[in-house]
Design a protein around this ligand. Structure first.
Ligand SMILES: Nc1ncnc2c1ncn2[C@@H]1O[C@H](COP(=O)(O)OS(=O)(=O)O)[C@@H](OP(=O)(O)O)[C@H]1O
Length: 470
């Protein structure tokens, strides 16, 4: 596993790098002195997503507009989805959206979960990216044959920290442990595979890819899963190397730079050691603190995910190698500079994420879950309408963005609360300590962690293959 900073640059690449930096400085000056950024009299997008005249120059690539993103959990996938939403919205593309906020997750995906689905292979959708448990034949019914499928992975230890913090009250295995370290020391003491939502606690990536996350690890099984994923996905990104991932993605999709410039969404707040204020990621709070031994135990517990992460890490750097290391480094510099510019234009507080309660505009507060606060952003005040709209797109949380796109695609559709149906697992036993959000125990309506209605007056859930309660 390598980091670009470790690369040694030859003189030619150094010269290329200097050239790119100079070119970027020119662009920066142009941007700073180009009043059209903030002038209402010449409204244009803050982004240069559309090519100047919509034409593709001869010999260059043609942007992919049929895209499927498997939104794996706790991997920076909300940030990626935001880019897809923005690009699709700008280009007037049609989204395959769930009825609620996820495609019947954690059940395997079925085409009927897509709002407005009219039958197999009716070419009507361009982009699909909300949470689902991947199920290839059903995805193929919804998306065109030339769809570019991609996904993203994260180191299972970091993923476990994020998952524990977020799903502490949702996954029974996490709820019962004193902390993540305690869970790591003896996961089997806390983990019952039959309980709903425990998939958040073991091989979550493997689960999201539609594979059996409780299977006993063996090298041959792990390689078979890996091979299945390679067959189905053209590109696998890594959240640890997010910016490099975005460069690879934008070249694979033939999308412009601005389409993949983003602000990190869905980040959790953490308390730095020896400080009394919460900031973005710095140090783990006590329930999340891990020893090196516990980190190793988490890798063993999530051995299938660990295998995937290692295998695709290898592939990722081979891709970077093919792309060209210096070219990658130059593009990453450009991407980061562009993000800094946009942060200065769009965001209050110097672009630092803030806790939801501090966001004056309630419509852009992020959904909260678990042990820690989930951060969002405040817009810079005084922006003209066009700039404000472009900036809003970058920071609008996933749930609100989905609602907005949904309303555009189905302007007259009625959306009664709890329309999203059962999110329970197939034939799972209800955990006696199952969380009820906003309801008292004994009430007839039970909601999942994201307020999806799960079940009425049923203590044991039976869910058939079509994802319907029975
Ligand atoms: N750009 C970028 N680079 C690296 N990491 C990033 C980025 N954007 C978001 N994040 C981190 O991703 C975590 C949230 O993941 P998801 O959005 O996939 O979560 S969710 O499953 O949709 O709830 C969450 O991780 P934790 O903060 O560790 O919980 C975010 O901080």
């Amino acid at each position: 596993m390598r980091w670009l900073g470790c690369y040694r640059l030859g003189p030619m690449w150094k010269a290329l790098l200097v050239f790119v930096v100079i070119a970027f400085a020119g662009q920066l000056l142009g941007v700073l002195f180009n009043k059209s950024w903030v002038q209402p009299e010449r409204p244009r997008s803050l982004f240069s997503i559309s090519s100047e005249n919509g034409q593709v120059p001869p010999g260059s690539c043609r942007p992919h507009t049929h895209v499927m993103f498997l939104k794996t959990h706790k991997t920076a996938s909300s940030t990626v989805l935001n880019m897809l939403y923005r690009f699709g919205e700008e280009q007037g593309l049609h989204f395959a959206l769930p009825v609620g906020y996820q495609f019947g997750y954690p059940l395997p995906f079925i085409a009927q979960r897509v709002k407005g689905y009219r039958g197999p292979h009716v070419a009507q959708f361009d982009i699909m990216g909300n949470h689902m448990r991947f199920n290839k034949p059903e995805v193929e019914k919804v998306m065109p044959a030339d769809t570019f499928c991609f996904s993203i992975l994260r180191d299972p230890v970091a993923l476990a920290e994020s998952s524990y913090a977020y799903y502490k009250n949702v996954a029974p295995a996490f709820r019962r442990a004193k902390g993540l370290g305690d869970f790591a020391d003896n996961p089997r003491k806390y983990y019952d595979p039959r309980l709903r939502n425990n998939h958040y606690a073991r091989n979550l990536l493997w689960y999201d890819f539609g594979l059996d996350h409780n299977a006993n690890f063996s090298v041959s099984l792990a390689k078979r899963g890996e091979a299945t994923i390679r067959r189905n996905f053209r590109l696998i990104l890594l959240s640890e190397y997010f910016d490099q991932s975005m460069v690879l993605l934008r070249h694979a999709l033939c999308w412009p730079l601005d389409a993949v410039v983003s602000f990190s969404l869905n980040a959790r707040q953490q308390m730095p050691k020896g400080r009394s204020v919460w900031v973005g990621k710095a140090a783990a709070p006590a329930p999340l603190a891990l020893t090196e031994e516990q980190r190793q135990k988490l890798r063993e517990w999530n051995a299938l995910d660990w295998h995937l992460y290692q295998a695709f890490n290898h592939t990722f750097w081979a891709e970077v190698e093919r792309f060209g290391r210096a070219r990658m480094e130059a593009e990453v510099i450009l991407l980061r500079s562009r993000r800094e510019i946009l942060a200065r234009v769009c965001l209050r507080d110097g672009g630092q994420p803030v806790e939801a309660s501090r966001i004056r505009d309630k419509a852009i507060r992020p959904f909260q879950s678990g042990l820690v606060k989930i951060l969002g952003y405040e817009l810079q005040p005084g922006l003209d309408n066009a700039t404000k709209e472009a900036c809003l797109r970058m920071i609008r949380p996933e749930i609100q963005y989905k609602d907005l796109l949904d309303l555009r695609q189905f302007p007259r559709a009625q959306q009664p609360p709890g329309q999203a149906v059962a999110a329970g697992g197939a034939a799972v036993r209800r955990d006696p300590l199952s969380s009820r959000t906003g309801e008292h125990l004994g009430e007839s309506i039970e909601r999942d962690w994201d307020r999806t209605i799960l079940v009425r007056n049923q203590s044991v859930q039976q869910v058939d293959g079509k994802g319907k309660l029975r």
